[in-house]
Design a protein around this ligand. Sequence first.
Ligand SMILES: *Cc1c(COP(=O)(O)O)cnc(C)c1O
Length: 366
Amino acid sequence: MSNSAERIFNFSAGPAVLPLPVLEQAQRDLVALPGVGMSVLEISHRSKVFEEICFGAEADLRRLAGVPDGYHVLFLQGGATLQFSMVPMNLLPKGGGADYVDTGAWSAKAIQEARKVGDVHVAASSKATNHDRIPAAGELAWSAAPAYAHMTSNNTIFGTQYHHLPEPPAGVPLVNDASSDIFCRPLDVSKFGLIYAGAQKNLSIAGLTLVIVRDDLLARAPADLPVYLAYSTHAKERSLYNTPPVFAIYVLRLVLAQLLAEGGLDAVAERNQRKAGKLYAAIDGSGGFYRGHAQPASRSWMNVTYRLPSEELEKLFVREATAAGLDGLKGHRSVGGIRASIYNAFPEAGVDALVAFMAEFQRTHG
Ligand SMILES: *Cc1c(COP(=O)(O)O)cnc(C)c1O
């Protein structure tokens, strides 16, 4: 039986909340897939049943995001973290260089790995102000002919998000770490050479990494690259080169069906913007008691970061919120304060509950 009545509001930054109907269906299907008599955990990844799940997930993803022809959709492992290495290993030719925009801790890790493969030019950085903003278009200083330009569309730790795409020089493929905001709104895939995302924030459970890659980039990898690290291997085998993360792909398929049933990414965007808007309004309307970390034009719809007047009050806020059934609000140590992660699956009622809690906390401790 479902334990849904016991669920609290989960503001975890990742792995994160999943849609309740997805959890309930996974629970129903766990012992025996309808008409199959075996669990998805027990069947061959070469079976017709699993192929239908895997290729069905790809088809739904293409439909949901409007992925154009000329792109491969890959289901990989190793998290976004392995992509920090795979991207330069596949796309950065010997002696070449790539441009990176440094907007936070995850960008910095991507830069660190790329430096092991080739030259990295940092086109802009928000480090001087503790990554409280996305660099403006005019600040981006691209190098002459980078192999690609890398961005991080949502900065999970700092709570900033791009609301306008950067424009690298013509012909330079844009690569995006979209781990924490993928499918939070419509996405024009044709603007990118490659998009990657660890699944455990907005897509599915941990263990799966989504890569959407433009076909012409598959041929760039050096011939001596280990077979498993080449995008072309997984493209050729439709993500079935070896045993894929079967359960994570199954959960992805359920999440995609849920997003399609909710009306697609336009509807999802409308709800996400409304949810984030309520929280930022509560921060801005608090007369300075709550102070947002991100500059207003760079505010994230997915991770809302803010401070209170003292660390003591922040500790008390987290403690009392947890007791009130609002879990996972402690901010990352590099920002401090509070971080409310409100991904696609986070219910609007939870945002309303946090807004009410914030008002009451300020009334009693302000
Ligand atoms: C969580 C996160 C990562 C790390 O993802 P893993 O799947 O744990 O490797 C990288 N980039 C961003 C933007 C993230 O939010």
